[in-house]
Design a protein around this ligand. Structure first.
Ligand SMILES: [Zn+2]
Length: 314
């Protein structure tokens, strides 16, 4: 049994996960980053103890998936947008000291990718890519069960590969990144900038609402979904052209409406992948559901310390 910690910009989820990837108990609270790192750590510790007691078990270790940037091998937070003032804090060392157990941390997209690769739709796939589409686009690449890392163990920021340099300004400071064109908020800001002033749904627009409106036949929502589909497809086609993986799994809040996008994504991939056997890459939906990040956080521990992890994980 492994304790799992998913630290997001909005909420922190805690769970106890068994060796088959089953979530046995779960707790959740708001991240409330302005309250400070030690307040968040106090809540994480007490929720872990509650989750352990309610699953009636003792955990052997703790895995963390966190919104990034984080430094997986030192356990420190980098300059995370959502957590001003948390830079340099070290949840890995703190939880190791408090629980006297081995603790490992990864970027949350890498954590979910490891979870899907071991216990979900990526099982048995040598070259597996997980893409989460929500308020941003996160990507984790898993090769033969091990996370791909860049130099200095960096997490590649595939959500920020440029699709159209004349595209919208991105949170990273550049223009036209995949995330700025194809994450959930891209649909909202496109309607905001393109629809006439009297467009009736402007006030309460979210990505989820755009999907609902498009299903109801709203013209602007339909156009936003078509545009989203095209840019998702272009980015995914780039991944196929660059990696030719066995499978790509799609998760995240936007993919709850996946049936609006999948056929169009496939069409874009077919038309833009020219020199690689794109038809051999399986395009699937993530299978671990709402708790993919939390279950993946537990997998982070196995990846680092389990029999298939160890030094290879570095
Ligand atoms: Zn960017």
């Amino acid at each position: 049994m492994i304790g799992a910690v998913d630290i997001g910009g909005t909420k922190i989820a805690i769970g106890v996960v068994d060796a088959t990837g089953r979530l046995l108990s779960r707790r959740e609270c708001l991240t409330n980053a302005p309250a400070g790192y030690s307040s968040a750590m106090d809540r994480i510790v007490s929720m872990l103890r509650e989750a352990e007691a309610s699953a009636d078990t003792s955990i052997l270790g703790i895995g963390i998936g966190s919104t990034g940037p984080v430094y997986p091998l030192t356990g420190e937070f980098g300059e995370v947008n959502f957590f001003p003032g948390w830079r340099g804090e070290n949840p890995v060392k703190d939880l190791e000291r408090i629980f006297k157990l081995p603790v490992a941390m990864e970027n949350d997209a890498d954590a979910a990718a490891l979870g899907e690769a071991a216990w979900g739709v990526g099982r048995g796939k040598s070259r597996f890519i997980y893409v989460t589409v929500g308020t941003g686009i996160g990507v984790g690449v898993v090769l033969d069960g091990h996370i791909y890392r860049g130099v200095d163990h960096a997490h590649p920021e595939i959500g920020h590969h440029v699709i159209d340099p004349s595209g919208p300004h991105c949170s990273c400071g550049f223009d036209g990144c995949w995330e700025s064109l194809a994450a959930g908020p891209a649909m909202v800001s496109w309607i905001d900038n393109s629809a006439p002033p009297n467009y009736p749904h402007r006030a309460d627009l979210t990505a989820k609402r755009v999907c609902e409106l498009s299903q109801a036949g709203d013209e602007w929502a339909l156009r936003a979904v078509r545009r989203e589909t095209y840019y998702l497809g272009l980015g995914l086609a780039n991944l196929v052209t660059m990696f030719v993986p066995d499978a790509i799994a799609l998760g995240g809040s936007v993919m709850k409406s996946s049936r609006l996008f999948l056929d169009g994504i496939r069409r874009t991939m077919v038309s833009s992948c020219r020199l690689v056997p794109y038809d051999k890459t399986e395009l699937a939906l993530a299978s671990l559901g709402e708790d993919a990040n939390l279950i993946g956080a537990a997998r982070v521990w196995y990846h680092r310390f389990g029999s298939n992890g160890g030094l290879h994980a570095i």
